[in-house]
Design a protein around this ligand. Sequence first.
Ligand code: ADP
Length: 421
Amino acid sequence: MAVLIGAIADDFTGASDLANTLAGEGMRVVQVIGVPDDDTDIGDAEVVIIALKSRTAPIKEAVDQSLAALVWLKMHGVEQIIFKYCSTFDSTDKGNIGPVADALRVAAGADFSLVCPAFPENGRTIYQGHLFVFDQLLENSTMRDHPLTPMQQSNLVQMMDAQSQGKSGLINYQTVQAGAASIQQRIKELQSQGCVYGVIDAITVEELRAIGAAISDHKLVTGGSGIATGLPQNFRAEGLLGAHQAAPVPDIRGRSLVLVGSCSTATRGQIDAVSDIWPSRKIDVDGLAAGDDVVGELCAWALQQNAAHPVLIYASADPQEVAAIQQKHGTERSGELVEQALGNLAVQLRNGGFNRLISAGGETSGAIVSALNVKALRICQEIAPGVPWTQALGSQEIALALKSGNFGAPTFFQDAFEMLP
Ligand code: ADP
């Protein structure tokens, strides 16, 4: 069967989030890392999501990467393209959302595209064109002080107008509430006013479904993962997609490993929940900086542990300890040392039979996937909101759960392994 939906995501965990949404709607989803080669194995995917690192890249690089991803998706005959960005619209006055949307819209031959970062499950809603994070306008949320993309406005029409060449208009809540036909009517009206983008209000998942029904013929859709919710049903209605399929569990037997680089409160709680019951070791960052063979020693230790339990290796520390390490070795260098060590551990321990791996941390997961040379992942069953089990496609037999720092309940690590055969 052909690939029905192709998505271009501006970062790695954002791609996983979208992958999880579409798998939850019963589609077979594969996530690929970077623009795929011709020989990248995508199995029997109905959705291919290309994870880029374009959110804060220079504009030209972001546009070029996104267009290359579009060429690959078009070659695979996709029916509809999603440009996925963050549900907090992470960008600056210059981009990259506007310029990438402009380039994709033209190259995809789309007359009009929606702009909808809403993700109600995570408190991101849009009302009268204004983006909210739970009960706060975006400009009053913690995103206000983000180091790379400080969000100091909340009006999406204004933000799109500042970033893009094409004009934007609003499809307001009252129109959305009136259903798919009224949304389509409003889109025609905006087009007659010269708009090529429609910022659309959405507060609930039901509204996202109505929006999905209104845009079955849109070649390009832009938004957060929520905007994908209503799209699979259009393909089902046309007979192009079978009944809702439950996402599988990776069928991988072997030893289980948790590698942690995230220092978030949620992740440290997850470590506390297992560190007394599973073999656990903390990475000595000073030793890494001094050039000691910390990785070799940890590998030898892990391989000696009883295979009945997962093994946990973490770098995580509380904010004071992290600050002290960063002061001693530099912020960037300490991050790099830890990421490199975790990547090496993943490779050496996979070679030693650990082929069921949880990686905790966004940057950490990027480093581990790249060290393992994993190019594509089949999205399997969800462990916690936003975090699915995945299985590497290609020659490696490995199950991977890539958790962004703040996600998951305190029992996440136990819950995840309990799902596996
Ligand atoms: P999150 O998803 O929680 O933001 P990330 O993996 O993206 O997690 O980021 C955590 C960063 O902190 C990584 O670059 C990691 O290498 C670094 N790190 C982890 N432990 C330590 C430590 N003890 N000292 C300094 N940096 C650390």
